[in-house]
Design a binder for this molecule. Structure first.
Ligand code: CDP
Length: 796
């Protein structure tokens, strides 16, 4: 007699199953793009511009061609003869593949050399002589819109200035009326600095064009293989069914591996021309100086308040510096990504946001570094503004937030910018956090320490993030609707393979998708293999970014499992010789309602699908599901940090950090904790050590890992994680919400708020990130705000 199986024992939902992919990673057996060696493979290197803005007078590659071992030198002029000097971006702009007329940022791709090995290619790059005529440089939006500013994108028709878009959302008039009626208006202005996702593995590709079959296979570091296939078909004008994109193991992406980079296109063209595989692997400084940056947004806003603390309205303006090309992926309807998710957790009647995007002579930026299209900037401004407003009101930070939260019973809640948030228990999360941080006691200690000249501070940040783009009604990239898919094949022996259109980069999909199948079908997770990243085998999907995998691809895995279960039910009825209506399901087993002892396992049904199916039934146990989510999922979190600031040096130390994350049902609690810890680590790094800026000539300052610091276990503080609040997503098939990015999104404001709280007696309202010791010291010593926006202070 077969019985229902114990879900945790088979590695279903809620099991902290060890990550199966780690078995190969910790043994050094991962298969990354650079590990792949193909017969006859050549190597490509890129020559980059040393100048930020210059006209190209000439390029002389004669000496490079003469170097033994060089097979091809590509220049913009040659690319132009094949209509490949420019390519479309994922945001309806164009981007130079190799520069023809001008270079527009330091590090821009000017030429490529393909040679027997990467060293010869590098030497040959250095032998190319480029004659540049320097042009005036723009490094921030203020310069970009100034009278007489040089037009950076003079290659484009109908582009008279440097403005990419002027966009607005919300109710302008209603917001004006609410401000007119306010008791108090609180204001804040800040710069969210450029940051770089800095995955450990750089970008790269191996293009392999086979003239005999006309098939192009490209191994590449992409988070979105199917979108890349469509882009390659468009750019290289190859038929899509003759293009196979394989995204092997990826050493971190964080949004950096979503855009289409010139290196991919050049390696493809080189392979077509040479009929040999061509490998391009970017070096670290190439990655840091030229690939998708994030943030670089100037935010200002104001909040209309009642004296009792009730928020009446919010007004926001953003100026986003996109660099020389608008090349990050963007849902086409929303020009500044999901910036308008700001203040979604608070019950605010009306709001208005204006956003302007401009070009500058900087590498293209604006990628969604571990966030859902600009949500990080939105949440940072929100929580910095909440702290400033509470201080202006003379109210307690926690009480001000609590009284303005959307209450539990108000869901689904329409935000003033039009989103519909799904569910949450915001006040409960805050209470758990305050208790864990010993809030009241800390405030007493803080006051007592201050009387002895010690500066203690506490920062609160909350975040709710719209995760799981899309629904196809509202979200598309280049017109392709955002949804996802999963394919499940159950073999005769009851073992299975699941494929999705997502592509993990270390998040543990191979582990957690199998857990969803185990939950839905009772097939042990260890009997389910997960495969992603090959466009010839995986069903179509929009890729992995914006923490959309669990909300969309994960949902598709649940839905395809249910399709399989529906067919297995018919097989069970046949095996048990009863009608389908008389069959009940318990995990892993169908049984006869009137005789529960009579049952068959899912594995027995699988055998029957191949060996004993009823007359007229199509054999096999396979299915594909496309999932178009009805809404985004809205996880919530509260982060509370305590710090001590040394007024003599400006150095600040984290005393404690508490994180309360509610991401609905946790598929794998251990993986979820890992995601939160990783996000908090990045939040800590952004807030206190990661510094990339540009001097007035457009030179990238911080273009190496001596200046742009990656946090290690040594400097990263400990984090106390809390998982007791679980609000299932009402529209996700298994109640899960995304989690991958939450801590990186909500964390930075907690650190900054804590430092500003410690020095609040100085009256300082803002220090721009990173809160380097010299900035904090300057703020404390001179009692003034410290801006980090480029061009930086004259002494930098
Ligand atoms: O899209 P991405 O994979 O980056 O983000 P995610 O969907 O938030 O998932 C990150 C990892 O956490 C995946 O392995 C998920 O399956 C896992 N996860 C989970 O176990 N439970 C959740 N409620 C959300 C994510």
């Amino acid at each position: 007699m077969s019985q229902a199986v114990d879900e945790i024992k088979i590695g279903g939902i809620g099991a902290s199953r060890k990550r199966v992919e780690d078995n190969r990673f910790i043994r050094g057996k991962g298969n990354y793009t650079d590990d792949i060696v193909l017969p006859g493979m050549l190597h490509m290197e890129i020559l980059r511009s040393p100048l930020a803005h210059a006209r190209i007078k000439s390029i002389d590659a004669t000496k490079a061609w003469d170097i033994p071992g060089v097979h091809l030198v590509l220049t913009g002029e040659m690319m132009a003869t094949r209509n490949l000097a420019w390519m479309p971006t994922l945001s309806y702009d164009t981007q130079a593949v190799l520069a023809t007329d001008k270079v527009r940022f330091q590090g821009q791709e000017v030429a490529c050399v393909i040679a027997d090995d990467p060293y010869i290619a590098k030497d040959a790059c250095e032998a190319i002589v480029v004659d540049y005529e320097p042009l005036p440089v723009i490094v921030n939006p203020c310069q970009a819109v100034a009278d007489g500013a040089p037009v950076i994108r003079d290659d484009k028709e109908n582009q008279p200035d440097n403005v990419i878009y002027d966009w607005e959302v919300g109710d302008r008039d209603g917001t004006d009326r609410a401000f007119a009626a306010a008791d108090l208006v609180s204001k804040l202005e800040l710069h969210y600095p450029r940051s770089h996702p800095s995955p450990i593995e750089c970008c790269g590709s191996i293009a392999d064009f086979n003239r005999a079959t006309s098939k192009l296979t490209v191994y590449m570091t992409t988070q979105a293989p199917h979108i890349i296939r469509a882009a390659v078909a468009m750019v290289a004008e190859l038929p899509e069914h003759m293009i196979r994109i394989i995204s092997p193991d990826i050493g971190g992406g964080f949004g950096n591996k979503v855009p289409v980079y010139p290196g991919y296109v050049c390696s493809i063209l080189a392979s077509i021309l040479l009929e040999r595989p061509v490998k391009w692997i970017e070096d670290k400084s190439g990655n840091l100086i030229s690939t998708g940056f994030a943030r670089d947004v100037y935010l200002k806003g104001e909040m209309a308040l009642r004296r009792n603390g009730k928020i009446l309205a919010v007004r926001m303006h953003t100026d986003a510096d996109h660099g020389a090309f608008f090349s990050d992926a963007q849902p086409s309807k929303f020009k500044i990504g999901l910036m308008h998710s700001a203040f979604a957790a608070y019950d605010i009647p009306v709001a208005h946001l204006t956003a302007r995007g401009t070009y500058s002579n900087k590498a293209p930026g604006g990628v969604a570094y571990r966030c859902s299209f600009r949500v990080t900037e939105a949440m940072f401004f929100q929580e910095r503004m909440m702290q400033a407003a509470a201080a202006d009101l003379g109210m307690d930070q926690a009480a001000f937030r609590r009284m303005n939260f959307v209450p539990d019973e108000a869901f689904p809640h329409r935000t003033p910018f039009g989103f519909l948030t799904d569910s949450g228990q915001y006040a409960k999360c805050l209470d758990v956090g305050l208790k864990a941080a010993d809030y009241e006691n800390f405030r007493r200690q803080q006051a007592e320490a201050r009387s002895r000249g010690r500066l203690l501070g506490l920062g609160i940040s909350t975040m709710t993030e719209p995760l799981g783009a899309g629904n196809s009604r509202e979200y598309d990239i280049l017109g392709i609707k955002m949804f996802d898919s999963a394919e499940l094949k159950v073999h005769m022996t009851g073992k299975a393979i699941v494929r999705t259109g997502a592509r993990g980069q270390g998040q543990g999909h191979e582990t957690t998708w199998a857990q969803i199948v185990a939950h839905e079908l009772g097939i042990p997770a260890e009997d389910v293999v997960v495969e992603e990243g090959d466009t010839d085998t995986a069903p179509f999907g929009m890729g992995t970014y914006a923490s959309r995998s669990t909300p969309v691809a994960g949902a598709a895995v649940a839905m395809v499992s249910r399709k399989i279960r529906a067919k297995a039910r018919k097989l069970a009825a046949h095996l048990l010789e009863v009608s389908e209506e008389d069959i009940e399901w318990e995990l892993g087993r169908f049984y006869v309602r009137s005789a529960p002892d009579r049952g068959v396992t899912i594995q027995e049904c699988a055998v029957a699908a191949y060996a004993n199916m009823p007359d007229g039934m199509e054999p096999g146990l396979d299915a594909t599901a496309y999932y178009d989510p009805p809404n985004l999922t809205w996880p919530f979190a509260v982060y509370i940090v305590t710090v001590e600031v040394d007024p003599e040096t400006g150095v600040w130390d984290v005393l404690n950090m508490v994180a309360v994350d509610d991401c609905g049902v946790r598929i794998n609690p251990m993986i979820v904790e890992g995601q939160i810890m990783g996000g908090l680590t990045e939040a800590y790094a952004m807030s206190n050590m990661q510094f990339i800026t540009f001097d007035a000539d457009g030179n990238c300052v911080g273009a190496n890992y001596m200046d742009y610091l990656l946090p290690t276990a040594w400097e990263t503080p400990g984090f106390e994680l809390h998982s007791e609040v679980v609000t299932p997503c009402p529209h996700h098939p298994i109640g899960a919400k995304g989690i991958g990015e939450c801590a990186a999104v909500g964390g930075p404001a907690a650190f900054v708020n804590a430092v500003l709280d410690a020095i609040k007696d100085t009256g300082v309202r803002n220090i721009d990130m990173p809160l380097l010791p010299d900035r904090v010291w300057e703020a404390v010593t001179y009692r003034r705000d410290v801006s980090g926006a480029p061009p930086v202070r004259s002494d930098d």
